[in-house]
Design a binder for this molecule. Structure first.
Ligand SMILES: NC(=O)c1ccc[n+]([C@@H]2O[C@H](COP(=O)([O-])OP(=O)(O)OC[C@H]3O[C@@H](n4cnc5c(N)ncnc54)[C@H](O)[C@@H]3O)[C@@H](O)[C@H]2O)c1
Length: 441
C-alpha cells in the first residue's frame, strides 16, 4: 500500500498545496528560521538540527523492523510548499531584521535577500505594558482586545487568500511578555475569556492571547515559543477543543534547559542525590534586553525552573531530592549578542552522602538552536491538524521547556528528555498506522 493510500485509510489528510507559516515577531529567531528554510530550498545550506528532516524512527520489531524518516511514515509539508508571513512591532522587512539581528553572516543573508525582502511584517497586536523595552510604531490601533482578535483574524484570512495557501500555522516567536498569573475568573472558561476581551480587560488578556484565539478561531494550529501564559489556561484548551485545533507550548527548549532535561536523567537514573543546581547565562540580543526587565524575566524564570521538578521527584525520593536549591539567572550582556554562554554548577552527592560537583559550560548560539525547532513544530502541528488531533499536543513536549499539561486535573508534565522522545516517536508511529512501543532505539 502506498503512503497516500495508507493515510486515506487512517483518515490523515494529505499535505497538498501551500502551507502558510505566520510568525508572530520578526526578530532573531524568526529571521534565522526563515532565512534557513530559503537557503535549504536553494541547496545552499543543510537543515541541521531539524528532526523532521533527519531523524529516523524504528517501526516494527524483529524481522519487520525498519528505520524510516518522519516523512516516510506520515505526510509532511515540503519545504518548497511553505510561504512565510509575519507580524512585528517594527516595520523592518525580514532582510533588514536579519541584518539587525546579526545572527547569520551577511553573505548568508544576501544569498536569500530577495525572498527575505518580500516578507514585510503586518502591524502587531501590541500593548507596551506587556513589553516595556520595545518602542516600535508598526502597531494596530484597537479599542478593545476583541477588536485586536478581529483584526488578527482578518490578517490570517487575507494572508491565506493572497498566498493561495491550503493551510496555515501560527507560531509565536515574539518577545516574552510580562508574567500573567492564571486568574480563574477570566482564564477559567472560554466564555469568561471572550467576555474579558469584549470588556477590554487589558490586565488579564495579553496580546499573545489574542493571537492564539484568532488562530484557533480561523481553524489554525497555534504554537507558543515564549514562556508566556497564553495557551496555559483552561479557556484556551476549551477553544482548541471547540475548534478541533492543536495547541502547543511553551518556551522553545534550545540550550541550557535542553542540557538540563538531558542531564538530570543521569542523576535520577543512577539514584544520585542533588543539593543544588545553579544556572546562569549571558545574552546580548533584543531577547536579552527584554528579559532584563524583571517582570518579563519572571515569566522566563517560572518556565525554566519547572524543568527539574518532574525528573528529580522529592516526593518519591526524599533522601535524594528533598530541598535542593535551584536557581536560574539571565544577564543582559550586549557584547555577546546572540551567542549566549551558559554555566551550570550542579552539586550532587553519592554513596553515604559524599558531595561532588559537575560543571557545564555551553557556548551556544541561541537562534541557531531555535530555528530547527520552529520548523519541526510548524510541520508537526500541521500534521497533527490533518490527522485530527486537537487540544494540548503532549507529543510536542520534547520541544518545550515547560510543556503544556492539564494542571486543573493535576496532570504532571513530562520533562524528562528521553520520555519526551518516546512520546514524540509514538505519536508519529500512531499517525502512520504503526504500533507504539517503549523500546529505546
Ligand atoms: N533563541 C532561543 O533559544 C529561545 C529559546 C526559547 C524561547 N525563546 C523566545 O523566543 C522569542 C523570540 O526570541 P528572539 O531572540 O527572536 O527575540 P527578538 O527580540 O530578536 O525578536 C522578537 C520580536 O518580537 C517582536 N514583538 C514583540 N511583541 C510583539 C507582538 N505583540 N506582536 C508582534 N511582534 C512582537 C519584537 O519587536 C521583536 O522584533 C522570545 O520570547 C524568546 O524568549 C527563544
Amino acid at each position: 500500500m502506498s503512503l497516500s493510500q495508507k493515510m486515506e485509510h487512517l483518515n490523515v489528510k494529505p499535505a497538498d498545496g501551500k502551507l502558510g507559516i505566520m510568525v508572530v515577531g520578526l526578530g532573531a529567531v524568526s529571521t534565522t528560521f526563515i532565512a534557513g528554510v530559503f537557503s535549504v530550498r536553494k541547496g545552499l545550506a543543510k537543515p541541521v538540527g531539524a528532526m523532521t528532516q533527519y531523524d529516523k524512527i524504528r517501526v516494527g520489531k524483529g524481522e519487520d523492523k525498519k528505520y524510516l524518516s518522519y516523512g516516510e511514515i506520515v505526510p509532511l509539508a515540503k519545504l518548497d510548499d511553505i510561504v512565510f508571513g509575519a507580524w512585528d512591532v517594527y516595520p523592518a522587512n525580514a532582510y533588514q531584521a536579519a541584518m539587525y539581528a546579526e545572527v547569520l553572516k551577511e553573505k548568508d543573508i544576501n544569498q536569500v535577500r530577495d525572498e527575505l525582502e518580500a516578507i514585510v511584517p503586518m502591524k502587531a497586536a501590541f500593548d507596551k505594558n506587556y513589553v516595556k523595552r520595545l518602542d516600535g510604531d508598526n502597531v494596530k490601533d484597537c479599542k478593545t482586545r476583541w477588536e485586536m482578535v478581529e483584526q488578527l483574524r482578518d490578517d490570517i484570512r487575507r494572508f491565506k487568500a493572497d498566498n493561495n495557501c491550503q493551510r496555515i500555522v501560527v507560531i509565536w516567536a515574539a518577545s516574552t511578555e510580562i508574567y500573567v498569573p492564571v486568574y480563574e475568573p477570566v482564564h477559567g472558561t472560554l466564555a469568561s475569556l471572550e467576555q474579558a476581551m469584549k470588556d477590554n480587560d487589558t490586565v488579564h488578556v495579553a496580546p499573545s492571547m489574542c493571537y492564539a484565539y484568532a488562530a484557533l478561531a480561523e481553524g489554525v494550529p497555534f504554537i507558543m515559543g515564549a514562556p508566556n501564559t497564553t495557551v496555559d489556561i483552561p479557556a484556551m484548551w476549551e477553544m482548541a477543543e471547540k475548534t478541533r485545533m492543536p495547541i502547543s507550548g511553551k518556551d522553545f527548549k534550545t540550550g541550557q534547559t535542553l542540557v538540563k532535561s538531558g542531564f538530570a536523567p543521569i542523576i535520577s537514573t543512577r539514584c544520585l542525590g542533588l543539593n543544588g543546581w545553579f544556572s546562569t547565562n549571558i545574552l546580548g540580543n533584543r531577547d536579552g534586553l527584554v528579559l532584563d526587565e524583571p517582570a518579563n524575566f519572571h515569566t522566563k524564570e517560572v518556565s525554566k525552573l519547572s524543568t527539574l521538578e518532574s525528573i528529580l521527584q522529592a516526593d518519591k525520593h526524599p533522601d535524594l531530592y528533598k530541598d535542593y536549591f535551584h536557581k536560574v539567572c539571565i544577564n543582559y550582556y550586549p557584547p555577546r549578542n546572540d551567542n549566549k554562554e551558559g554555566w551550570d554548577n550542579i552539586d550532587i552527592f553519592g554513596w553515604m552522602g559524599y558531595p561532588m560537583q559537575v560543571k557545564i559550560n555551553f557556548l551556544c548560539r541561541d537562534s541557531i538552536l531555535a530555528a530547527p525547532l520552529l520548523l519541526d513544530l510548524c510541520l508537526l502541528s500541521d500534521l497533527a491538524a490533518r490527522a485530527g488531533r486537537f487540544g494540548i499536543q503532549r507529543f510536542l513536549s520534547f520541544f518545550f521547556k515547560s510543556p503544556m499539561h492539564d494542571y486543573a486535573n493535576d496532570e504532571v508534565p513530562v520533562n524528562h528528555l528521553f520520555q519526551q522522545y518516546v512520546m514524540l516517536k509514538n505519536a508519529i508511529r500512531e499517525m502512520g498506522g504503526y504500533e507504539p512501543d517503549e523500546e529505546i532505539d
